[in-house]
Design a protein around this ligand. Structure first.
Ligand code: XUL
Ligand code: CO
Length: 436
């Protein structure tokens, strides 16, 4: 097999004092922290679509990146070379997982039958490469948003024929995900939303989306696919409004349609910020509602305001994310998938390595910081103290349902104006800084 990244060897852990840009300073895969190795805690995945199919195109210009695995006029040959390059990259980087969309591993043909055949060829090759390298599939997903047939959505398309097409495509994508032993399957509603309400029956579209998801759940059970289903919230882009707006919205939707036990959420940092939340908020919401499944680890640029999908390098975000993840029991089926792309000017293949190494080190530091926060317990104790009133007397009565409006009125009339306590935000912020 050809070598596609000959200038890079296996990336090793060299410790914080290393000045080798092609080494980890903080991510030491086998190091045990709180009973698990760092690799087991972080479950890093590389995403196929950005890392191997993204070439730097943006709305103002085409791609800028020239890759040696792209160098053939034959689409299937390119697909095979790209897959080989990807597995070389995964292995050299030392991640345990990868993620893909059906259409980025195998190009679409003229008919669904022909497209499925192409997908089978690539999946057979991927299965072999997984066996040879020990790589695992974190999740698969469907691209039902790029082709022109999906311009008005897939499951929420006004046309039942297009709904049927999307269902057929998702069926196949779940089958190949199962074939590759995928630990999960993601639904990201690429164009499940609307551009204008004037031409949209919002209520009916939501019903249809639920139908599609229910069919997927039924089919998953029928074929015995045991991977976890995830929904990936995103509020807008490409549509003006996406139905899977944020974690709260997805949770309500899943509850309404009786789907809540069959899905968890895949939280993407940049999608959180597009929804006007921070990453921390979306993760905390999921943790509070037992919906935390997996993470698309990236970041946006607050001044640009669209889904820039940058590599995550912010230590505060990584620390708070890992704090929530650890406190909610850690990642089980999910992982940290770098749904991120190098910038348009980062044209060299080696930039892909720098980007992933930096982000893996960022989350390794986040993990270590979060462990310090948990072991030291000060933050948790301070939060607990703030809610201490609920563990006794009046609070306990309210929480256990032993008080109603009348009892509370009597209490308030007898006790008068409640004592006020500082929220101590600055003190909490200072405390957080001590761990970073
Ligand atoms: C798009 C996005 C997707 C999903 C998978 O914003 O995040 O790549 O992660 O379809
Ligand atoms: Co994503």
């Amino acid at each position: 097999m050809a070598e596609y990244f000959p200038e890079v060897g296996k990336i090793a852990y060299e410790g914080p004092d290393s000045d080798n840009p092609l080494a980890f300073r903080h991510y030491n895969a086998g190091e045990v922290i709180m009973g698990k190795t760092m690799a087991e805690h972080l479950r890093f995945a590389v995403c196929y679509w950005h890392t191997f199919k993204g070439l730097g195109g943006d709305p103002f210009g085409p791609g800028t990146m020239i890759r040696n695995y792209n160098d053939s006029g034959d689409e299937m040959k390119v697909a095979e070379m790209t897959l080989e390059a990807a597995f070389e990259f995964f292995t050299k980087l030392g991640v345990g997982f990868w993620c893909f969309h059906d259409r980025d591993i195998a190009p679409e043909a003229d008919t669904l039958a022909e497209t499925n055949k192409r997908l089978d060829v690539i999946v057979a090759k991927a299965k072999k490469l997984q066996a040879d390298t020990g790589l695992k599939l974190l999740w698969g997903t469907t691209n039902a948003f790029s082709h022109r047939r999906f311009m008005a959505g897939a499951g929420t398309n006004p046309s039942p024929e297009i709904f049927a097409y999307a269902a057929s495509q998702i069926k196949k994508a779940i089958e190949v995900t199962a074939e590759l032993g995928g630990e999960g399957y993601v639904f990201w509603g690429g164009r499940e939303g609307y551009d204008t309400l004037l031409n949209t029956d919002l209520g009916r579209e939501l019903e249809h989306l639920a139908k599609l998801l229910q069919m997927a759940v039924d089919y998953k059970k029928k074929i015995g696919f045991e991977g976890q289903f995830y929904i990936e919230p995103k509020p807008k882009e490409p549509t003006k409004h996406q139905y899977d707006f944020d974690a709260g919205n997805c949770y309500a939707f899943l509850q309404k349609f009786g789907l809540v036990d069959d899905f968890k959420l895949n939280i993407e940092a940049n999608h959180a910020t597009l929804a006007g939340h921070d990453f921390h908020h979306e993760l905390a919401f999921c943790a509070a509602n037992n919906m935390l499944g997996s993470v698309d680890a990236n970041r946006g640029d607050m001044l640009l305001g669209w889904d820039t999908d940058q590599f995550p390098t912010n230590l505060y975000d990584a620390t708070l994310a890992m704090y929530i993840i650890l406190k909610s029991g850690g990642l089980t089926t999910g992982g940290l998938n770098f749904d991120a792309k190098v910038r348009r000017q980062s044209i060299d293949a080696i930039d892909l390595f720098y980007a992933h190494i930096g982000s893996m080190d960022t989350f390794a530091r986040g993990l270590k910081n979060a462990v310090k926060m948990i072991e030291d317990g000060k933050l948790e104790a301070a939060v607990k103290a703030r809610y201490g009133g609920w563990d006794e007397g009046l609070g306990k009565k309210i929480e256990s349902g032993q008080a109603g409006f009348e009892e509370l009125e009597v209490y308030t009339l007898e006790n008068g104006e409640p004592e006020l306590k500082s929220g101590r935000q600055e003190l909490f912020e200072n405390l957080l800084n001590e761990y970073i």
